[in-house]
Design a protein around this ligand. Structure first.
Ligand SMILES: Nc1ncnc2c1ncn2[C@@H]1O[C@H](COP(=O)(O)OP(=O)(O)O)[C@@H](O)[C@H]1O
Ligand SMILES: [Mg+2]
Length: 305
């Protein structure tokens, strides 16, 4: 759905994007994660056609973005990280205003606005003034607004920041539903935890470069494999230790009091066999586990340099 190649953008002398390359597939719920100042907003504004890159290419649905922005507006729903205020506009009016910008007639705009407010559980707020609402409510309204023209691609810049947990959970469910219906969603956050359970894919950006990207489950699987096994014992005789040392897939055994840890490149079946062998050699083992991979750890690892 989105292909980005070698994207560069400087503000004055400051390089906000330094050759960003990233791919987002059709139907992905893609989490764009990085610390503040990493370049997320800049990237998303370029995708939404609000900012021009200095160089590099962006393709959306296979078509090049440059000079072509108007056409793409029909396909993209964009929720900025910061939104303007609309004095004296009520929720329903605000929605209808946006619907009319997309060329809907008064009746159609009313129908679509009503439908979206219903979907976001905001129907009872329709006559509230936008300015009087909480930040979380305004964010929900912004998401409703971005859906007004039923875009194929949703670009949401930190939509959960400052949002009450209750609304956040509602929004996460909604995004997953939209994704299941076939929309592609790009969502940014400086908080990986917010996205790790929600997203199918993740890209980590820092200082204007993509450090890594991939499928969340695949990343976790690889992370898990690279974690050591940790074995706690009550008794671990020399014979068991010799067996462990001799195993071709066991490396660098580290000993602590009543526990051992070691990288193990084998499968779960091989781990089970090893455990049986150790017990037969007289070891009394109280636990034997490989730490699960975690995106937090990965994030710390890749952004540590
Ligand atoms: N309009 C601007 N003028 C000058 N510097 C900017 C502007 N927009 C962003 N920057 C700088 O570019 C860098 C990337 O910003 P941004 O894309 O907003 O990061 P993020 O959204 O990941 O926090 C930051 O250091 C920011 O200060
Ligand atoms: Mg930002």
């Amino acid at each position: 759905m989105i292909q980005i190649f070698n994207l560069r953008k400087t503000f004055g002398d400051y390089p906000a994007l330094c050759g960003l390359t990233m791919q987002i597939g059709d139907g992905e719920l893609f989490g764009f994660v990085g610390p503040n100042g990493a370049g997320k907003t800049t990237t998303m504004k370029i995708i939404a056609g609000l900012l021009r890159a200095d160089s590099g290419d962006v393709f959306i649905g296979g078509r090049r973005l440059a000079g072509n922005v108007r056409r793409f507006k029909e396909e993209i729903g964009y929720v900025p990280d910061f939104f303007g205020v609309y004095d004296n506009l009520k929720v329903q009016e605000y929605m209808e205003f946006y619907a009319s910008l997309y060329g809907m007639s008064g009746r159609e705009a009313r129908r679509r606005s009503g439908e979206l407010l219903e979907m976001l559980g905001m129907t009872q707020w329709r006559d509230e003034l936008v300015d009087s609402m909480s930040r979380g409510m305004k964010q929900k309204l912004c998401i409703a607004r971005a859906l007004v023209n039923d875009p194929r691609l949703l670009v949401l810049d930190e939509p959960f920041s400052g949002m009450e947990p209750r609304y956040r959970m509602q929004m996460q469910e909604l995004l997953q539903e939209l994704c299941a219906e076939g929309k592609t969603i790009l969502i940014s956050s400086h908080n990986l935890r917010e996205l790790s359970e929600l997203c199918t894919n993740i890209g980590i950006i820092d200082r204007g470069r993509l450090l890594m990207q991939g499928n969340v489950r695949e990343i976790l699987r690889q992370q898990t494999i690279s974690n050591p096994y940790i074995l706690h014992y009550v008794r671990f005789p020399e014979a068991a230790l010799q067996l462990l040392k001799a195993h071709e897939k066991v490396k660098n055994i580290a000993k602590q009091e009543n526990s051992l840890s070691f990288p193990f490149e084998g499968t779960r079946e091989e781990a089970a066999e090893l455990l049986t062998g150790l017990i037969s050699a007289g070891a009394e083992i109280s636990s034997f586990v490989r730490e699960e991979g975690s995106l937090e750890k990965l994030f710390l690892d890749v952004t540590a340099t």
